[in-house]
Structures are given as structure tokens and as C-alpha cells.
Design a protein around this ligand. Structure first.
Ligand code: V0V
Length: 139
């Protein structure tokens, strides 16, 4: 059902600062950056950038405003790991299977995620305290 771990998301107060920190200290490269108004985030995907060797990426998530889920997360828990994302080939199929197994998804239909991907989430209260994202990448 699931292909691999696509990324882990870290809530950060300041995107540029976080990108610079991970680049300077660990050598991660910025692979992609965008603003997603609907999700209330300015985000960046960082990783090795090595063709063929790319593993799960890290998604740095900064809040766009005080209503952002990321702002709420940082207020409550402080910066840190916010989500774990599983990659799937067909999110409609996987959603159907998960629902048939009694797993509740946050959105009735997938929403737009990073780089044109389609995303949905399992609430952390249903998944052992971890916000689980399922993501179908754009081709
Ligand atoms: C909240 N809680 C979490 C959590 N967020 N626990 C673990 N990980 C998280 N990320 C806990 C919180 O401590 C509370 O526990 C309880 O859940 C209810 O929290 P709340 O503050 O009242 O929050 P809610 O219920 O208003 O919102 C939580 C949900 C929200 C998960 C529904 O964050 C959401 O809609 N998330 C999905 C969208 C999202 O995260 N977008 C940003 C990433 P106690 O205190 O009751 O024990 S955008 C993205 O990933 C993109 C674009 C992409 O990947 O492409």
C-alpha cells in the first residue's frame, strides 16, 4: 500500500534560518521551496539532492500567519517534528482502503501539497500521537 517514507516535517519559526542551519551544519541542500496559502505554510524540502541516492526528505514548515496549524503547533509544543509522510502511488485507492479499515482521514478529498502533490492526513489522536500524512507525488 505504501511505497516509502516520503518526508518528515519539522515546524520551524523562520524558514530561511532553518534552511541555512541545516545546510551549514549538515550539508542538506534546498530541493524545493514554495508557499502554500491553503495550508498556511512557507515550506522547503531539503535533502541530499543526489540522484538515485535520495532518501526520505525533510520538510521545513514555517507558519504564514497566527491561524496556521504550524503556528498553533509551535505555540503548544515548540519547534520540532510535526509530521511523518508516507508516499503512495494512488491516494484515492489508499484512502478507500484506509477508510475500510476504520482509519479516519482529515479531508473528504485530498488537498494540494508540495509541488503539485495530493495529500491527506490521519489525525495524531488516531495515530499514536503522530500526524501522519499520505502523499501522492505529481508526475
Ligand atoms: C496537534 N496535535 C498534535 C499535532 N497537532 N500531535 C502531534 N503532532 C501534531 N502535528 C495534538 C495536540 O497536541 C492536541 O493534543 C490535539 O492534537 C489537538 O490539537 P489542537 O492544537 O487542538 O489542534 P487541532 O485539532 O486544531 O489541529 C490538529 C490537526 C491540524 C492535526 C487537525 O494540525 C491539521 O489540520 N493538520 C493537517 C494540516 C497540516 O498540518 N498542515 C501543515 C503542513 P492534546 O493537547 O489534546 O493532548 S502542510 C504540508 O504538510 C504540505 C503542504 C505537504 O506535505 O505537502
Amino acid at each position: 500500500l505504501f511505497i516509502c517514507i516520503d518526508h518528515v516535517g519539522i515546524a520551524v519559526p523562520d524558514l530561511d534560518e532553518a534552511i541555512a542551519y541545516h545546510a551549514e551544519k549538515f550539508g542538506w541542500r534546498e530541493l524545493h521551496r514554495e508557499v502554500n496559502e491553503e495550508q498556511g505554510v512557507a515550506e522547503a524540502m531539503i535533502g541530499t539532492g543526489e540522484q538515485g541516492a535520495e532518501n526520505a526528505k525533510i520538510q521545513l514548515l514555517a507558519p504564514l500567519n497566527e491561524e496556521s496549524t504550524i503556528a498553533k503547533f509551535i505555540d503548544k509544543k515548540g519547534p520540532g517534528l510535526q509530521q511523518l509522510a508516507y508516499r503512495v502511488a494512488d491516494i484515492d485507492h489508499v484512502s478507500e482502503v484506509l477508510r475500510s479499515r476504520g482509519v479516519r482521514l482529515l479531508y473528504p478529498e485530498p488537498k494540494r501539497g508540495t509541488a503539485g502533490s495530493r495529500i491527506n492526513f490521519v489525525h495524531p489522536k488516531d495515530a499514536g500521537g503522530v500526524l501522519l500524512e499520505i502523499v501522492e507525488l505529481a508526475n
